[in-house]
Write a protein that binds this ligand. Structure first.
Ligand code: FES
Length: 625
């Protein structure tokens, strides 16, 4: 019986018990909660959602889920409330019903021990909430470094239609007439402060200006890199400046509105990420990664993303990244490899201009989220180059005048990383002589060891030393922290040394620069790791041109040290070298899950059981299963 004076509704066909409910249906009819009676499940679902005031008309529309990753702990996502409004407008103007829902939000500075530790958790959250809820397509709003890869990893695994919307970069700030921005300038100015070049008043004033607006870091760090790669992968439209429009711009809101409209189309076409993404999409993304001098973190993320896709997994490896690098010039002049900011890249034409320049290297038949190939998109959106005398003309360089000829990101192999590899952002080196260098190792067994000794005046170190930081890999220091930017020992910094060869099994912020080898794999915590047995004084050889990373030790000495290490581990280890490999078997909660399941950097540092290959396909140490 209808309540009060409301009109009596017509009998609802959804409750017609003689008509079975298609479990693979659309809208509210999909993913029904299990009550054992599908009609009752739908009846219950409708009565509850009507508590929010929705009419039968609204509920009959394609449902567009909008993932809300707003958090007051996440200034990179500060504009999400406005973006949500704009996305919903775009959905509703095009006949859909937008329903937002939350997932985890991760910010780099508000996730201990590191946001990377939680990336896989966010991907699980994203995957499961997309799968569990009745959505016909989903808009994934993210931005800060780990959020977009987590969302794409989860989205591929869920394989419902998805489209990304990033929050956009922040504006640059200003200090004493010089533009500054998070976070390349955070690090360079902190290094000057450590060296005594800046005083405490300077560094305090800089702290006020380095992040002057909401939005993601304003250089070619991980967030900006991943935004550009989402366009290259075809998961964000390239006809609008979807990767580069500033967070605080009206353009960003119009992009959000059009993203809502695209989502309604996706709900109708049911074009899914496992259909859009092919090996060609990833080859395009790697070409862009090299051309923008993107973040080394993006390598780990791309590998994890590729390995979620059943038809792509295993076809994209570190070798692919190096091979593409050899033929791809660095064209975008942004910090940390160059001098400028994301707002400059945006003003110079952004991804549309870059993709037109890169066209000869791209797989133009790769599909995009619009339902058109990247080649079709480019032919429909010509880009008129800037006048040569424009101040912005040099931001996106032509092929014949690149910022760096090729191989911005290089993969190294050698006896220091057998079976695995290591990466270096060669274009961000501050002293290019160090790209071919041999020197005695100064070894730190952990981040804590480094923090305790790096500024010790008695530290036996010279500018030719090779700083080695062990045990900050995926298992050794859960989350593989961005501690790979080992600071220059203060006594050398005070002498004016600005770069040294530094090597670790950890990561580095995409905004950082220097001659820094990262992601050494197998990581030091692995009992079989050669990197884990390097000692002070061992000569380490880095040969970027020859792609080599070696330690001058005989095979016999390597085996002798490994045996010694195994014996020490069996006795419980020493204070600096906790046998994390053993300890993880007994850990509880998410930490235990992470420690037992995370794979190595060259596989994406994903959980083996989340990859397309599943638990059996992971290369995780089988004595822990
Ligand atoms: Fe969020 Fe840099 S801290 S993008």
């Amino acid at each position: 019986m209808a309540a009060n004076n409301d009109p009596i509704p017509h009998p609802n066909p959804d409750y017609d018990l003689s008509t079975p409910i298609d479990p693979n249906g659309v809208g509210l009819r999909q993913n029904l909660t299990s009550y054992g009676d599908a009609h009752f499940s739908l009846f219950m679902r409708k009565l509850f959602i009507k508590a929010l005031g929705y009419s039968e008309d609204a509920l009959s529309r394609p449902i567009i889920g909008v993932v809300n990753t707003y958090s007051s702990f996440n200034p990179c996502h500060a504009n999400i409330p406005q973006l949500l409004d704009a996305v919903k407008r775009g959905v509703q103007l095009n006949g859909g019903l937008a329903i937002d829902f939350p997932t985890i939000s991760l910010h780099e500075s508000f996730a201990a021990p590191t946001s990377m530790y939680l990336r896989n958790l966010m991907s699980m959250d994203t995957e499961e909430m997309i799968q569990a809820q009745p959505v016909d397509a989903v808009v994934l709003i993210g931005g800060c470094d780990k959020t977009t890869p987590a969302q794409l990893m989860g989205g591929i695994s869920a394989n419902k239609p998805i489209i990304h919307l990033v929050t956009g970069p922040m504006m640059p700030g200003n200090y004493q007439g010089v533009r500054i921005g998070a976070c390349t300038d955070c690090r360079s100015n902190w290094a000057k402060f450590r060296a005594g070049v800046l005083d405490i008043e300077d560094i305090s004033a800089l702290n006020e200006e380095l992040a002057p607006t909401g939005g993601t870091c304003g250089v070619m760090g991980t967030a900006s890199t991943m935004a550009c790669l989402l366009v290259a992968l075809g998961m964000m439209p390239l006809s609008s400046p979807s990767a580069t429009a500033p967070a605080v711009s009206s353009s960003r809101l119009r992009i959000a509105e059009s993203t809502g409209a695209y989502a309604v189309s996706l709900a109708k076409t049911q074009l899914r990420p496992q259909t859009i993404l092919t090996q060609s999409s990833f080859l395009n993304a790697i070409t862009v990664l090299q051309a923008i001098g993107g973040s080394t973190n993006a390598i780990v993320h791309l590998l994890a993303i590729a390995n979620r896709h059943p038809a792509v997994a295993g076809t994209i490896t570190l070798s692919t990244i190096d091979e593409i690098g050899r033929r791809t010039p660095l064209l975008v002049d942004l910090k940390p490899s160059g001098d400028n900011y994301m707002t400059d890249f945006h003003s110079a034409g952004g991804m549309l201009a870059l993709l037109h320049e890169l066209k000869p290297l791209l797989h133009l038949d790769a599909m995009t989220v619009t339902g058109r190939t990247i080649g079709e998109e480019l032919s429909q959106t010509p880009f008129r180059p800037l006048p040569k005398d424009s101040a912005l003309a040099s931001i996106i360089r032509p092929f014949d005048d690149p910022l760096y000829p090729c191989s911005s990101l290089v993969v190294l192999r050698g006896n220091l990383c057998p079976r695995g590899g290591a990466v270096i952002k060669a274009s961000a080196s501050k002293d290019r002589r160090l790209l071919q260098h041999a020197g005695p190792a100064v070894v730190f067994a952990s981040s804590a060891d480094m923090a305790a000794r790096i500024d010790d005046p008695e530290l036996d170190v010279t500018p030719d030393s090779v700083l080695v930081l062990q045990n900050i890999g995926p298992v050794g220091n859960p989350g593989m922290p961005e501690a790979g930017l080992i600071p220059i020992p203060r006594k050398l910094a005070e002498q004016g040394v600005v770069d040294m060869l530094r090597i670790s099994d950890g990561r580095m912020s995409g905004t950082a620069g220097g001659t820094i080898v990262l992601h050494v794999s197998p990581e030091a915590a692995d009992p079989e790791s050669v990197f884990g047995i390097v000692r002070d004084g061992d000569v380490v050889v880095c040969d970027v041109e020859g792609r080599g990373l070696d330690v001058r030790l005989s095979g016999e000495e390597v085996e002798r040290r490994k045996g010694e290490r195994r014996r020490l581990a069996a006795q419980g280890g020493n204070k600096d070298r906790r046998p994390a490999w053993e300890e993880r078997k007994h850990m509880r909660g998410y930490r235990g899950l992470y420690m037992r399941e995370v794979n190595q950097a060259e596989e994406g540092a994903d959980f083996g059981f989340l990859t397309a290959a599943g638990p059996g396909g992971a290369s995780f140490d089988d004595d822990c299963q």
